[in-house]
Ligand binder design. Structure first.
Ligand SMILES: Nc1ccn([C@@H]2O[C@H](COP(=O)(O)O)[C@@H](O)[C@H]2O)c(=O)n1
Ligand SMILES: C[C@@]1(CO)OP(=O)(O)OP(=O)(O)OC[C@H]1O
Length: 158
């Protein structure tokens, strides 16, 4: 039996914050604003996993009103989510994700992101894919006001 899940996240780009995506700190003049480290990619993957297992969503598991999660490392949240998914009897088949960022160029960093995500999920790096796209300078993403992440995952019993 297979189950598919989908996740989405967007965070505003601001000065004075590090840019953390897929657990990797990426050199840039702005970073993402959020209650946690605002790692939009890990949040989208977390939601894809929780969605596939019908376990709710990241905000229900880790409310942004809880001071315990202030400044949280999103890798810790992802690990907790995947452990719940496993406890419910599911195993990750694969993950595919897209980051929509006008800047910076993400291609040089995607293999480092894949390695961290695979480590957190306890899967091989060969089943984790991350892609960067611009927004062709359109809208708030194109104006470099935010970065968006989309993810899908497949789970199987086991
Ligand atoms: N932030 C980004 C955006 C894009 N890329 C790479 O460039 C390719 C072309 O992107 P378009 O949005 O112009 O279609 C894309 O396929 C990525 O390889 C990137 O690395 N970082
Ligand atoms: C991760 C959490 C919790 O710190 O906060 P944010 O970093 O603001 O991220 P978001 O994607 O808005 O939602 C999940 C949260 O509850």
């Amino acid at each position: 039996m297979f189950r598919v899940g989908q996740g989405y996240d967007v965070h505003r780009l601001v000065e004075g914050r590090p840019l953390v995506l897929g657990g990797v700190v990426i050199p840039h003049d702005k970073g993402l604003l959020g209650h946690s480290d605002a790692d939009a990619l890990l949040h989208a993957i977390t939601d894809a996993l929780l969605g596939a297992a019908a376990l709710g969503d990241i905000g229900r598991l880790f409310p942004d009103t809880d001071p315990q999660h202030a400044g949280a490392d999103s890798r810790v949240l992802l690990r907790e989510a995947v452990s719940r998914v496993r406890a419910a009897g599911w195993r990750v088949v694969n993950i595919d994700a897209t980051l929509i960022a006008q800047q910076p160029k993400l291609a040089p960093h995607v293999d480092a992101m894949r390695a961290r995500i695979a480590e957190d999920l306890g899967v091989g790096v060969d089943v984790v894919n991350v892609k960067g796209k611009t927004n062709e300078k359109l809208g708030y993403l194109g104006r470099c006001e935010a970065i968006e992440a989309q993810a899908v995952c497949l789970l199987t019993r086991g």
